[in-house]
Design a protein around this ligand. Sequence first.
Ligand SMILES: Nc1nc2c(ncn2[C@@H]2O[C@H](COP(=O)(O)OP(=O)(O)OP(=O)(O)O)[C@@H](O)[C@H]2O)c(=O)[nH]1
Ligand SMILES: [Mg+2]
Length: 1145
Amino acid sequence: MGDSECRKVRNICILAHVDHGKTTLADHLIAGAGSGILHPKQAGRLRFMDYLDEEQRRAITMKSSSIALRYNEFNINLIDSPGHMDFCSEVSTAARLSDGALVLVDAVEGVHIQTHAVLRQAWIEKLTPCLVLNKIDRLISELKLSPMEAYNRLQRIVHEVNGIVSGYKSEKYLSDVDMILAGPTGEMGEENQEFIEDDEEDTFQPQKGNVAFVCALDGWGFCITEFADIYASKLGASVTALQKALWGPRYFNSKTKMIVGKKGISGGSKARPMFVQFVLEPLWQVYQAALDGDKAMLEKVIKSFNLSVPSRELQNKDPKVVLQAVMSRWLPLADTVLSMVVKCMPDPITAQSIRIARLLPKREVVDDGTCQDVLAEAEHVRKCVEACDSSLEAPCVAFVSKMFAVPIKMLPQRGPHGEIMNNFAEEWGASDSDECFLAFARIFSGVLSLGQRINVLSALYDPLKKGEGMQKHVQEAELQSLYLMMGQGLKPVVTAKAGNVVAIRGLGQHILKSATLSSTRNCWPFSSMVFQVSPTLRVAIEPSDPADMGALMRGLRLLNRADPFVEVSVSARGEQVLAAAGEVHLERCIKDLKDRFARVNMEVSPPLVSYKETIEGEGSNPLENLKLLTGSSEYVEKTTPNGRCVVRVQVMELPPALTKVLDESSDLLGVIIEGKPVQRNKSLESLRTTEDDNPIEALTKRMVDAIDSEIKSGTKEIDNDKVEKYKNLWLLLLQRIWALGPRQVGPNILLVPDSKGRDDASSVLVPGSCYVSERLGFVDISNAKIMEKDTAAEAPLGASHALYKEAKSLSSSVVSGFQFATAAGPLCDEPMWGLAFLVEANIIPSGALSDESEPLTQQPDQYGVFAGQVMTAVKDACRTAVLNKKPRLVEAMYFCELNTPTEYLGPMYAVLARRRARILKEEMQEGSPLFTVHAYVPVAESLGFADELRRWTSGASSALLLLSHWEVLSEDPFFVPKTEEEIEEFGDGSSVLHNTARKLIDAVLIHRCKVLKRTYTMAFPLKSSPYKRWLELLCKEKMQEGSPLFTVHAYVPVAKSFGFADELWRWTSGASSVLLLLSHLEVLSEDPFFVPKIEKEIKEFGDGSSVIPSIARKLIDAVRRRKGLSVEDKVVPHATKQRTFFRKV
Ligand SMILES: Nc1nc2c(ncn2[C@@H]2O[C@H](COP(=O)(O)OP(=O)(O)OP(=O)(O)O)[C@@H](O)[C@H]2O)c(=O)[nH]1
Ligand SMILES: [Mg+2]
């Protein structure tokens, strides 16, 4: 394919909010391209690109899929994408492979949350967008707007969309300005010129032909150009002049036959812009004529535009059919949109020269001369990608944006030359699978051919680093088949050239989600794709039959490959956890697992909602808390079982802003903490003002800024001196970070204890090191080393050398205890959030084991290894410290956008209230009957939210959820009314209902217990069950002991034990387990022959004739019956009486 051929290629995707008509539009483009795949009559109804059963059933698109079309001499690869938030990752994969984007907006619904998201995606990927305003017919027939009102509405949408894009542009503008100002030389690089050229021109301008007005359902649409062509001869004006005049405040003066501005037209406010007069009014007339059955008017249109409409269609009684027949011939949709695509969207050569900066950003490499060859070749590859070089000599480079599974039987049976295919072994090894994995890829340079061997580079590959570590990021694979994608169909080809989108077979084993393919290893991998959200809805899955575990695990592995967005993991408790983007996505994953990948029955847990645990601390001001660490004596003390170590723990709350920074930077912290220490000579003070692109410095600056901002917001009344003092105290604390937790990178801090003057001959403090502070550069390493040496030299003076050594060796136990504690808080074993711990562990010499030459830590005494004891004591003390400081639950929140017609506002608010939602914003959408509400909804309450909303509002309102942030639940989970007022309001505690925090904790605990055993459905209301009581005991006990289980020892008569385990299991939802052991014989104190005799007894038990036999008697009777001995059965004189008895039992 030469350049000229490549110039005739367009790779485009259709992006929009859910249900705005993408797939319907794609239908018409496919039918209009005329390859016979789709009959024009079916277009708009078939939804060809939604070929999955689930997509057709739910009428939403769930994956992006591509189809190769031919329009005139152009080859167009069209990718249809889903609009539902749950599948937004598919938008990223579609955008990465395309050069242009058709952004659809429903003319009635207007801009929505996903419209923003897709515009952003297109902007990030540097795609050339065109705007398509769809469902224009609804303005006429549904909203019954006048042409002028419709024009205002369309204009507003165009304006709004332009506003969004210009927002992104200015974002870039600002960040560019920042970059230049912060740059060391102040010079502008080549890429920085871009923002200067930005002339603030609107991106979407109907006059320019990049905005189309369409009705995808009926298959018609137009750009201004079409009407300019139509009117040019009629009005005697040039096409270009008309094109400019047909949008905006331009008017036609019929007397002078001139195009004029607002001032030049008489009629004042009644004057109609040319777009209304010449475009919308004729449209409205045709619609009116068709709906009124005005055949004469339709004939006029047919005649004046020389349309050939079969009379059969014109005679149809359904006005909609007539309308469609006329409109789709007058303004054929496919022609309009495809010619816009060809005109306004770039070919791959032009596009790649623009997109290169995003796809393969220039790497700053310090060239020390050793890898010049590699760099030169990598640069050559980049040049070829930039130029979209499709010559045979060019290096082959392609990007795989996702892997997708196709049933093997769907693959074409014959290759491009008619040879038989698909009889080779399955790529990924398990031959019992019927699925085959194909890579969805775009070729950016060179020619891919069948059987070619190619390097698969992961995103972490670095051509400059050779050796063991890099090997896992590069693999070699063979291209077994190449296909052009035709929706569901695949067309085998022998070669495919740069600028095309293809499906590749043979990479299933090598690629998990996405990768770069390159014929040379001297090539940088493409930059990673940006995803709008991350998978947040997690459930645990287990097979109904434990024997199917293998099949399920294999199925999960396949699903993980086939779905770019799913995450599969194993939880700490050994559950198989599946994370999906939302409920719809999750349902599809489970269905795929059941029907395709695992083919076993499975149990799916309710969503595992994650929480965090924190403390309320002493008041809202974090500065007050600080006092605790600087001289407070409030601590929790624990002693190890052997009595040799006393652990004292203090805890305080971190400023929320600092917690947020730590939480968001966990990846970076991971690299920093495991990586090399930073050498820094700068003082902390200077750190606040410097800014460069060193990520460590950026992070430390963010941390310091967070503290600054917190101090500023919390200390309005405090004088400057104090502010300064607090600031310095905090900075000192940042220099004392020993570890972060949980898992070394979490948002909790372990502080180094102050050892000065503490050690004496009798006890030694387990020392810490400001390891993390060093890595972050808060502490100068050379200083730290000197300090360490000093203390090491001093130590033996105060304490015995062996004891000091032992204390040192216990450091890691303290850190581990801290890690365990922060990984599982005291409320419900969820990770802690935003806490700082000061742990002082003092050890005393062991009297019995005072032989100083022995390494004492390794010696297990009767309580186990000492290091383990210290670790447990630290863990327990940390957890108790949290319990003592008003523990609080932290929950994840969704941001939610709802759109509801005004008449359903009541039910919508009711649903929101039931879900503990917090309303942020409510506003009427101008010119539409819809009301938009923004709210925060707790993740814990979100299950079934969309469904409930749909039911209560008869499907009229829709909601989109987006994970937003963590929020502390201010309720006290252990609230018991104490003051008089509280008792009056809530009662005396025995009857008070659990508050939300407590309920959430209980739910987590129940799940924890459930995973130990299978789930049984409870057949009774929870309120009346002993289970609730049991749970209460369990919670209480757990809080004391730090475990979610409550242990009960009891004697159970053997006679009563039959079915005991089963009954217990049923009544506790399978959460409790029991062990029985034959213990002893016990005398049953009851008299088996008891008959009421004295007056009191007769009063209590009746006269003996109706008394129920005692337990002893029952047992004796049972044994006698078994042994064939006679049993004295009472004849019951009054049946009714017995029933009464029965009921009482
Ligand atoms: N009145 C009217 N309805 C339309 C038009 N275009 C599409 N629809 C309807 O809108 C609904 C959604 O259409 P789809 O094409 O499935 O929308 P989509 O954007 O592909 O939806 P997702 O892929 O799920 O995001 C369908 O019921 C269509 O019939 C139009 O121009 N006018
Ligand atoms: Mg769709």
